[in-house]
Design a protein around this ligand. Sequence first.
Ligand code: CUA
Length: 337
Amino acid sequence: MLRSGRRLSAGGCLLLISGCSGLQSSLDPQGDGARWIADLFWPFLTISVIVWTLVMLALGWSLLHRRAPRPDPLQTDTTNEKRALIVIGSATGFTLAILAVLTTLSFFTGKSLAELGAHAPLTIQVIGHQWWWEVRYQDASPSRIVTTANEIHIPVGEPVRLLLQADDVIHSFWVPVLNGKRDLIPGRQTTLTIEADRVGIYRGQCAEFCGLQHAHMGLFVIAQPRADFDAWRNNETAPAKTPTDPVAQRGQVVFAARGCALCHTVRGTSAGGNYGPDLTHVASRRSIAAATLPMTSAGLSAWIADPQAIKPGSHMPKVDLHGRELTALLTYLEGLK
Ligand code: CUA
């Protein structure tokens, strides 16, 4: 799945043209919100194509049937003026009727979208940062609040309410197969409800230019059966496992000593930075750096060794680590499942 996601970011345009389906296409809806928007798109497109064709035909016809200029422009031609009045009058009426139909369709779609998820049992806060997504699962009990990044797990077939906000600049949350886009505005909270019909992994993307790495601000929505979702959430709620392997233990020391802990939290340890993503269960995620690299040893290693080579301008600095330090750090992080 991730492989196809990366292919999509690389050859996005080609894919958009070659087929309107896949894990990031609004024309391949996998949930109610996206389906209603697609249902609105098709009549809009059909009517627009018909109107455009008629206008072009009328233009062509009028060019072919041009009349010679009248010898005396002040002389009235009642027959032709009457005909012109009828044609223009009907075209105006036709235009108003089309506008009324499209506005009505639009209104009902908007109404359904606004009512979607009014009773959603699960609420997730999504915060846009340059250039990653913070994801916090809300709960009445503070010990059940889970923080993760760039990945939203949801139970399939249930509406999920997202509370969206931004930390720095305006971002836009868009998972095309699940619902329309919604801007994330600093200092303001907006909401959006997503619901997936089928189990699957869907890709999302920041849809508002937000700086240098805007294109590398992807995310995945993982829709899973209720039982799997609960198991995932229970695992996420737990603090990080204490490493037993000596190399991983050395890695934990490197993590604390070389500055990682200043920006990242690993719950259950002294690492409590909150500038970058929470890494308590980082190895259980599918990607790193907001869907830029797959979560593999090679990906993680490349990212830690030189984040600026992969995402220039990102807030993750390059830390000069010796080979053994890097190996230990990797072993430690890969154990955070
Ligand atoms: Cu965030 Cu574009």
